[in-house]
Design a protein around this ligand. Structure first.
Ligand code: ZN
Length: 192
């Protein structure tokens, strides 16, 4: 996937002194890369949603019918909250090194603070926070670039890609007045 400024601008930290709040870095080959502040923002958005999914009462979890691509318009039934939580954990385990994944489990999944983690992992504070930053950046990138179902944007995972405003109306609109050489054409949406 290609990272564009229109996407990174909204996610970048305004005070970031690396990307100056634009969210993109220009590499040696003129290729653009997302700034680390953007990757960490993506991770935090996914982590917030993960916590939301696992903390919600189980009886509130809904079964949804998700459309599959193709002409037959068939769908598949699923529990999105559970799927999201499982993807979040499995992708993290696959992406991180063994030590990073231990830190991830203690700090993010079990909620241990830095003191407890440092004691348990025999690390100093500086190395611990460096590792946490590295974990957030690695996972932020993977959550966004994952195919076919990226974990970010979170809304697209749960509700599918946003449709263009015009495309969903085009086949349903009919003019209520015959087009003429001058004046304004008024369109209405057919209710059928
Ligand atoms: Zn930045």
């Amino acid at each position: 996937m290609e990272w564009t400024r229109s996407e990174t601008l909204a996610l970048a930290a305004p005070a970031c002194n690396i990307c100056l709040g634009l969210g993109l870095r220009i590499g040696r080959s003129e290729a653009t890369h997302p700034c680390n502040c953007v990757l960490r923002a993506i991770f935090r958005a996914c982590f917030d949603r993960f916590r939301d999914c696992v903390s919600r009462e189980k009886y509130m979890s809904r079964v949804t019918l998700d459309p599959l691509p193709g002409k037959e318009r068939r769908g598949t039934w699923g529990r999105k909250d559970e799927e999201y939580s499982a993807d979040f954990c499995l992708v993290s385990k696959r992406t991180l090194t063994e030590l990073e994944h231990r830190i991830f489990r203690y700090h993010f999944l079990m909620g241990a603070d830095w003191k407890l983690c440092c004691h348990r992992l025999q690390m100093d504070r500086g190395n611990f926070f460096h590792a946490v930053y590295r974990i957030e950046q690695k996972l932020g990138r993977v959550f966004r670039e994952l195919e076919p179902y990226a974990l970010f944007p979170v809304n697209e995972y749960f509700h599918g890609p946003a449709k263009g405003v015009s495309s969903c109306l085009e086949e349903h609109v009919v003019p209520i007045r015959r087009p003429c050489g001058h004046g304004i054409h008024v369109f209405t949406q057919r209710t059928a």
